[in-house]
Ligand binder design. Sequence first.
Ligand SMILES: Nc1nc2c([nH]c(=O)n2[C@H]2C[C@H](O)[C@@H](COP(=O)(O)OP(=O)(O)OP(=O)(O)O)O2)c(=O)[nH]1
Length: 128
Amino acid sequence: MKKDIYVVGAVIYDKEWILCAQRGQTKTLPLKWEFPGGKIEAGETPEDALQREIREEMKCGISIEDRIEETTHEYDFGIVHLTTFYCRLTGEEPRLTEHRTIKWVHKENLYELDWAPADIPAIHKITQ
Ligand SMILES: Nc1nc2c([nH]c(=O)n2[C@H]2C[C@H](O)[C@@H](COP(=O)(O)OP(=O)(O)OP(=O)(O)O)O2)c(=O)[nH]1
């Protein structure tokens, strides 16, 4: 049986712009675009996990707003349950550490990126 992987993603926005992150070449889902975030650890709420992951990955703080979407996507390596939240930066500039690239993309142009498949329902919601 495939393992269930519980993941949170931060849709960090500033007006009409969304902060998008590209996975590294050597990771699972190489070079796919995703929302910064990661796996929820034992005992964490989704919000705790999101704050921790963003601090670890981009060295900045976020405030978490509404939940956008919860999706389940079956990959060859497991079943990802992805929950996304609208978030805002609290002041510090995001820094590039784990990702290949991070960039601000206008809402209207989100479909131009090659997203991790689990993210597509959230992209629909954000752009609708
Ligand atoms: N952070 C994040 N992960 C996503 C998204 N969409 C999606 O399918 N994923 C997948 C990729 C990973 O398999 C998993 C998140 O794991 P992670 O971010 O903690 O770990 P990782 O890159 O080190 O992953 P891995 O190499 O251990 O698989 O969820 C998304 O929008 N954001």
